[in-house]
Design a protein around this ligand. Structure first.
Ligand SMILES: CC(C)(COP(=O)(O)O)[C@@H](O)C(=O)NCCC(=O)O
Ligand SMILES: [Mn+2]
Length: 932
């Protein structure tokens, strides 16, 4: 059973009572008498393939919530509860809010909030998975030495876990109840309105909910799930949800103009005031001045419900999405009266109206002798969509003007990520404000209310979460059809594989990459045709959001010169050519990777099945991103590479390159003693050069590079290493070695102070770490610099991990007293370290060699989200060395640090070499930048 660290809950329960009852000022406008205040009551019948099938797939009665009448649910036995037996404080008792290990805790603790609208039910739920953190000797030592505390954790616990976003049609409420029941989500909500406690569930179990359905269906929830609905005010929730998203999610808000999506970096200190426009069936416009400070200033009864209602009557469409789909093929000029119709085809340029501007929506119908049947449903739908979107955009702008607001955020499920709707609204805002105000959209557009309801649970600490503590992931196990990912992830491995196989059996192909439609331009005054045609997907109500992983221990790397302007990715994949290239590279790698992954799991039938499912799921995501690069937020190369690793883990391939790594480690360790002897025979100057050459040469062992993998067939590891070293002539393509040498060794009489502490971000296993980075570390140690090896927390390709490093260091230390002394001082070697070959024992304590994990499992690194260990180690560091293509070229090539920084890599890709350094494959980069 895995051990689950758990943080004191008690402190959290005793917080100050949160002020939640807020005044909503009624708008003085007549529109406000509308009962439709931004609530989803679009009576649509969209197909919710995902959720429906998840529940049905499971089939068995155990997953179904009891029907009315079948009184009690087996609440006490199957409910996840905290098992506090054997609980013990982990680590230092003096520490504030120490971690508590619950060795017998196995179940997830879940938490749920709902927004029950007229057409859709939105669920936000939290799951805290058993945190498989190992508290090994290395970690304990690092904690001791570096004083790693609870980082930025507050005085009450923020639990690590995941936030999931799911929606159901309100008409399928039973499926929603079954879903809640099958996941036991209702059992997390306890009677104290607080974060789930360890108290046994009472009859007063409560789920927070907002929206009209919270009133309408309260009895049904009580009857079917035995829980009470605690109603939360809808406006409160919308604002709380929007504020949380805008503060905590990095790429939440974006602009959408003429088919072009651009993420907007929101300065948290400059967020307020803004106008929040929530478009449900009706529309609410809320002026937001701060957390809990808002006023509903206006609204309109012409909203999503109007589009759907009128659309249904006029076109006989069966669902909202079908109506939206129709609009894609429409031409509204057949039914709208345009300026040109009135002015004989001319612009009315004096007042800035082009001939194509809509003068009167549906106006043509009055002068034509046509019946409803004579119009194309497509044209009607488009005309309606434009009428309503423009109108909302215009009213929103007028309200922004009224209150002097520059920023307008649009949310609500009316938008559905539909490009044309967003373009139309943006156009209206831009047109009327003459470019002064900007329309922005939210990725979690439909979940504002549900999130707000979730936030209203007291003291779970989530409202204080910061951007760097949230990691968004797009689970590869999500059911997908035709290459499109639908709905929430499937937790169970077998379920995931079945999904994949089911669609393969049905002959459903993974979609081939679809090039994006080139953005069309807009004439003055209006679009001729939808500029974003072709972007609408069959399932327009798709979820464009992933699961939010809450990792409270993540921190911003303290040595970044300016975290606000830091951008990890060097290559911008919003350039379509670039995306296409990397898409092809990753696709071509896939079969080889699957072979490795399957072999790493013994090549069994089960492994083959998983390998196949992995390949299909990953390809589907790639295809999706090709079609819509910003679908998962801002996309950089690092995200693509990480996606691949996450996808492997999703299908339980935890270390595909394990055997390769072991083999290369052994081969390299065997030649290490000779290398060390050779280095020790050199002068200081020569040795430093040889060491840097060694790092660059050994970086050739990269199983993520196609060219390199081809090379490995041509010789043994050591032969390739020697060949690579021989080719190391200076000047390298980027060559700051002389500047680095001067900082290290000085010039003439001047002998500089050694660095106090160096952080070495290491890359690959085998020669790279053993013959490259360890000898460099040894040199730094010899010169009196403390060395911290920073390695991956989880495997990625053939990268060495923090878990593997102590053994490698121990092996190397058998041949080297500097390494041995330092490793002992850093707590890396167990006292009983055996087999010391030269019998050397130093009396004076050495400078320490330590290992910390970086907090990620990718070949690249985003320094805005690193482990607390690494953040602590960085405090006294004055030198950062980043090694390898992933960490120093794909990411961080342009990163600026507060301390000296050295970036070392061999460029193992021709295109990158050309693009980044105007060079060729196998060129080397040695970029040194003194503290800025
Ligand atoms: C995945 C990698 C970043 C790993 O490189 P490393 O950091 O190990 O030097 C690199 O191998 C890569 O960019 N590969 C894809 C390109 C190719 O096959 O050429
Ligand atoms: Mn690597």
């Amino acid at each position: 059973m895995s051990r689950v660290p758990y943080h004191l809950i008690e402190a959290g329960r005793k917080g100050i009572q949160r002020e939640r009852e807020r005044e909503i000022m009624a708008s003085p406008t007549t529109e406000d008498h509308s009962p439709h205040i931004g609530i989803d009551c679009i009576n649509e019948e969209t197909q919710q393939i995902s959720e429906k099938d998840i529940v049905l797939e499971k089939g068995g009665e155990k997953d179904m919530a009891p029907l009315p009448g079948s009184s009690s649910i087996h609440r006490s036995s199957s409910r996840p509860q905290l098992d506090v037996s054997g609980a013990a404080i982990q680590g230092n008792f003096e520490e504030k809010d120490p971690t508590i290990l619950l060795p017998n805790q196995s179940d997830d603790i879940s938490h749920l909030a709902l927004d029950i609208g007229g057409s859709l039910i939105k669920l936000v739920y939290f799951s805290r998975h058993a945190d498989r953190q190992v508290d090994d000797r290395r970690k304990r030592k690092v904690k001791e030495r570096l004083g790693v505390s609870n980082g930025s954790r507050r005085s009450y616990p923020i639990l690590g876990g995941r936030l999931h976003f799911v929606k159901f049609e309100t008409s399928k409420l039973n499926e929603c109840l079954d879903f809640i029941y099958s996941k036991q989500l209702h059992c997390g909500g306890m009677d104290s309105r607080c974060w789930p406690s360890d108290a046994p569930q009472s009859e007063n179990a409560v789920i927070k909910a907002t929206g009209g359905g919270a009133y309408k269906f309260a009895d049904l929830f009580k009857e079917r799930l035995g829980v009470s609905i605690e109603k939360e005010d809808e406006m409160n929730c919308l604002v709380a949800g929007a504020n949380f998203l805008l503060k905590a999610i990095r790429h939440e808000a974006f602009t959408h103009m003429e088919g072009h999506k651009e993420f907007v970096q929101i300065d948290h200190n400059d967020l307020f005031p803004y106008l929040l426009v929530n478009i449900g069936s009706g529309v609410s416009m809320i002026k937001v001045d701060g957390d809990g400070e808002f006023q509903r200033v206006s609204g309109t009864n012409v909203g999503g419900g109007t589009y759907w209602g009128l659309g249904k009557l006029l076109t006989k469409c069966k669902s909202f999405d079908e109506l939206l789909e129709l609009s894609q093929r429409g031409d509204n000029s057949t039914i709208d009266m345009l300026v040109g119709d009135i002015y004989g085809g001319m612009d009315y340029s004096k007042i800035g109206l082009s001939a194509s501007t809509i003068a009167s929506s549906f106006g043509k119908a009055i002068s034509e002798n046509k019946e409803l049947e004579d119009y194309n449903p497509e044209d009607i739908s488009l005309s309606l969509l434009r009428m309503i979107s423009y109108n909302i955009g215009q009213i929103a702008y007028l309200n922004a003007l009224r209150f002097g607001l520059k920023r307008i955020f649009f949310g609500g499920f009316f938008i559905r990520g539909h490009a044309y709707t967003m373009d139309t609204i943006s156009f209206a805002v831009q047109f009327w404000s003459k470019g002064d105000a900007q329309a922005m959209f939210l990725r979690h557009e439909g979940f504002l209310g549900a999130l707000g309801a979730f936030m209203s649970y007291e003291k779970h600490g989530l409202d204080d979460l910061m951007v760097h503590q949230l990691v968004e992931r797009f689970p590869m196990g999500a059911p997908y059809i035709g290459g499109n990912v639908h709905g929430p992830p499937l937790g169970d491995l077998n379920e995931k594989i079945s999904w994949m196989e089911k669609f393969v059996r049905k002959g459903t192909e993974i979609t081939a990459p679809v090039p994006m439609a080139p953005p069309a331009t807009t004439g003055l005054g209006g679009f001729e045709v939808p500029s974003s045609k072709g972007v609408l997907r069959p399932d327009a109500s798709k979820l464009n959001v992933g699961v939010l992983h809450l990792v409270p221990s993540l921190e911003v790397f303290p040595l970044l010169a300016d975290p606000r302007t830091y951008e990890p990715n060097t290559i911008d994949l919003s350039d379509h050519g670039e995306l296409e290239y990397w898409f092809t590279v990753l696709s071509e790698h896939l079969s080889d990777l699957v072979d490795k992954a399957v072999a790493s799991e013994g090549g069994t039938d089960d492994a083959k099945r998983r390998g196949d499912a992995f390949a299909r799921a990953f390809s589907a995501h790639l295809a999706r991103l090709m079609e819509e690069p910003a679908a998962y937020g801002k996309l950089g190369l690092a995200n693509l590479l990480e996606l691949r690793e996450e996808c492997l883990r999703e299908f339980h391939f935890f270390d595909a390159y394990r055997t390769i790594k072991q083999r290369e480690n052994e081969a390299s360790l065997a030649v290490l003693p000779d290398l060390l002897l050779e280095l020790d025979s050199m002068t200081e100057d020569m040795r430093l050069l040889a060491l840097i050459e060694g790092v660059l040469a050994a970086n050739i062992f990269d199983w993520g590079s196609r060219a390199c993998v081809d090379l490995y067939h041509k010789g043994t590891i050591i032969e390739i290493y020697r060949m690579s070293r021989k080719k190391m002539q200076r000047p390298w393509r980027v060559d700051d070695f002389d500047a680095f040498k001067e900082r290290m060794l000085g010039s003439g009489e001047r002998k500089p102070q050694p660095h106090k502490r160096a952080l070495l971000f290491v890359d690959n296993s085998g020669a790279d770490i053993v013959l490259g980075m360890l000898p460099l570390a040894r040199e730094l140690l010899r010169r009196g610099t403390e060395v911290v090896l920073v390695a991956n927390s989880l495997p990625a390709l053939n990268d060495v991990t923090a878990m593997e490093l102590p053994d490698i260091v121990a092996e190397a230390a058998k041949h080297c007293d500097i390494l041995r002394g330092a490793a002992e001082a850093g707590g890396l070697l167990v006292d009983a370290m055996s087999n010391i070959q030269d019998g050397y024992k130093e009396d004076t304590p050495s400078v320490p060699l330590m290992v910390v994990e970086n907090g990620c499992g990718s070949p690249c690194i985003d320094l805005r989200q690193v482990s607390s260990e690494l953040a602590a180690a960085a405090k006294d560091a004055d030198l950062v060395i980043l090694e390898g293509m992933g960490r120093s070229l794909h990411t961080n090539y342009n990163a600026k640090f507060k301390c000296d920084a050295l970036k070392l890599a061999m460029v193992k890709n021709q295109r990158l070499a050309q693009k980044l350094v105007k060079g060729n494959i196998y060129d080397c980069v040695c970029r040194y930048e003194p503290a800025s």
